[in-house]
Design a protein around this ligand. Sequence first.
Ligand code: SAH
Length: 193
Amino acid sequence: MRLRHLAMELSKLPPHPQHDVTLEQYATEGDFAVRWIAEIITRGDLDDTTRVVDLGAGNGILGIGCHLAGSASTLLVEVDHNCQHVYEGVDWLIGDVQGWTGENVDLVIMNPPWGAQTRKADRPFLETAFNSAAKVIYLLHSSHSTHLVPLAESMNWVGEVVLRGIFRIPAIYTHHESQNGETEVSVWRFERR
Ligand code: SAH
């Protein structure tokens, strides 16, 4: 699928409700999702044999993007049932990330909670991904985070930043603070050591 077409399809998804502060629901914007998926393809990590799991999927923008780019299968794992919608060709697992078995997967993609509202909220995501059967993990997180690579290495994964961008933070997270509502994000790619 051409990238322009991918962007158009992703723009038709129902928007993430972004209503629950405690779940740190910072949705990925379509343009950034497309750049990210293009990067995954360029690196040879996504083709028609790849089984994809999107952890903390929200409206599924990342997983559905991989599905549209031609993955073999796509599972969207999301605790907030308000995010779920019918999308042909993808499966949902509505529940906590730790309820996913970690099996039948080649590529994990995720933009999990960062642990900014609830300390270490990203931990179950990181541990679930690093303990899964995946060959490669793509993870979006704050560019300021420093704990990712050490944690990955302790679990025998190595990683590098492959993409950077700016995220707009929804107003529900910023109205008490004098932030400009933007933050720098990075995408890490991890593979087994
Ligand atoms: N991947 C989407 C959403 C990112 S926001 C995107 O990039 O746009 C993080 C998502 O993780 C939210 O949708 C939130 O509801 C979900 N989430 C938070 N804690 C969770 C948990 N313990 N298990 C599963 N999903 C969780």
